[in-house]
Write a protein that binds this ligand. Structure first.
Ligand SMILES: Cc1ncc(COP(=O)(O)O)c(C=O)c1O
Length: 367
């Protein structure tokens, strides 16, 4: 028996009839672009995030790009972000001519270290991007305070954290804007690509809505040069089927994570990412740190357990960003973690038996 890393098939077959009805409804009306399904989903998703507006877009990467632009990032500006994130956080800045500037992370939570922002901040810094990595909110209050004191907008990268909260506040509602991804494997995933920007600022919302649709204020009236970054109506219809299940799916992930935590409490060689007391995590990923990670991963694989590494190379050492001039040793915490992190199977359909099997194999491989 193989234990898969994620299980998209179970959810797909469970919801097949509802997806089918959503598909038939959209195709029956031939309403493919920015139709009522997009609007309905946007308003439901905005409420989930405690925001007045959500704007459906084509991916998490485009959500970041449009959020950066609407927050005022322009060519030559600098955007602060953790070194240990998925490359899209940085790519979105590069796509609009801005420069990603990396910041080290905390050794316990793996989230951006607020105390390191001051070293990275310059007069060109135009946005700060905390990433709620693995589904755990970053330590937002000191970040928001630092940013507010300097008049710099905060854009949350919430692509891994749908439904998580920090000190009772939903992710997506704390910065000037936030970006979400609906890539199929996310906690809330479409049946293809999709994303959203959330905000409580009507100016930002209007600008993102304009930019995602060719800068079009009226049919064929183009107020600005925009993009073709719309959320498909069909994907919005599928997302509307899944949205009411998000809370239960997140609860199932939390239960699985608590089970892993209990089992790893007795295994010295396995160090789960630490959870803060003042957040509710949604465990997009369940990540541990181990010595000899690659050998341990090999042992898991041989025992039928799939795993992942998020992410093996911090962005400052990634070939695509060589031109930024960073080197090994610049972000020691992120670099050490990159060599030790291992993501274990995590999804709402994981059974207690599977979790126990994973823990047993991992315990044997690390002792
Ligand atoms: C932290 C983070 N930011 C941005 C993205 C980009 O999202 P998408 O793949 O929908 O473009 C992802 C998704 O992979 C992500 O995990």
């Amino acid at each position: 028996m193989r234990i898969p890393f994620v299980d998209l098939k179970s959810q797909g077959s469970e919801l097949l009839e509802e997806f089918d009805a959503a598909f038939r409804s959209v195709v029956g009306r031939a309403a493919y672009t920015l139709g009522p399904e997009v609007e309905g989903f946007e308003s439901a998703f905005a409420s989930l995030c405690g925001c007045t507006r959500a704007i459906g877009v084509s991916s998490g990467t485009d959500a970041l790009k449009l959020a950066y632009l609407a927050a005022g990032v322009r060519p030559g500006d600098e955007v602060l972000m953790p070194a240990n994130t998925f490359i899209a956080t940085a790519e979105a800045a590069s796509h609009i001519g801005a420069k990603p500037v990396f910041v080290d992370c905390l050794a316990d939570t793996a989230n951006i270290d607020p105390a390191r922002l001051a070293d990275a901040c310059t007069e060109r810094t135009r946005a700060i991007v905390p990433v709620h990595l693995y589904g755990q909110p970053a330590d937002m209050d000191p970040i928001l305070e630092f940013a507010a004191a300097r008049g710099i907008p905060v854009v949350e990268d919430a692509c891994q954290a749908h439904g998580a909260t920090y000190r009772g506040r939903p992710v997506g509602s704390m910065g000037a804007a936030a970006a979400f991804s609906f890539y199929p494997g996310k906690n809330l995933g479409a049946l293809g690509d999709g994303g959203a920007v959330t905000t409580n600022d009507p100016r930002i919302a209007d600008e993102v809505a304009l930019l995602r649709n060719h800068g079009q204020s009226d049919k064929y009236t183009h107020a600005v040069i925009g993009y073709c970054d719309r959320l498909h109506n069909l994907q919005a219809a599928f997302l509307a089927v899944k949205l009411p299940r998000l809370a239960d799916a997140n609860a199932a992930r939390r239960a699985a994570a608590a089970h892993y935590d209990r089992l790893f409490a007795g295994i010295a060689g396995v160090e789960p990412i630490v959870g803060r007391d003042d957040v509710e995590r949604v465990f997009h990923l369940y990540v541990v740190q181990v010595e000899d990670r690659d050998a341990v991963r090999g042992a898991l694989d041989a025992a039928g357990v799939d795993s992942g590494i998020h992410y093996p190379v911090p962005l400052h050492l990634t070939p695509a960003y060589r031109s930024l001039g960073y080197g090994a040793g610049d972000f020691p915490v992120a670099e050490r973690m990159a060599g030790r992190i291992l993501s274990l199977p995590m999804h709402p359909y994981l059974t207690p038996d599977q979790i126990e099997h994973v823990a047993e194999v991992l315990g044997a491989a690390t002792s």
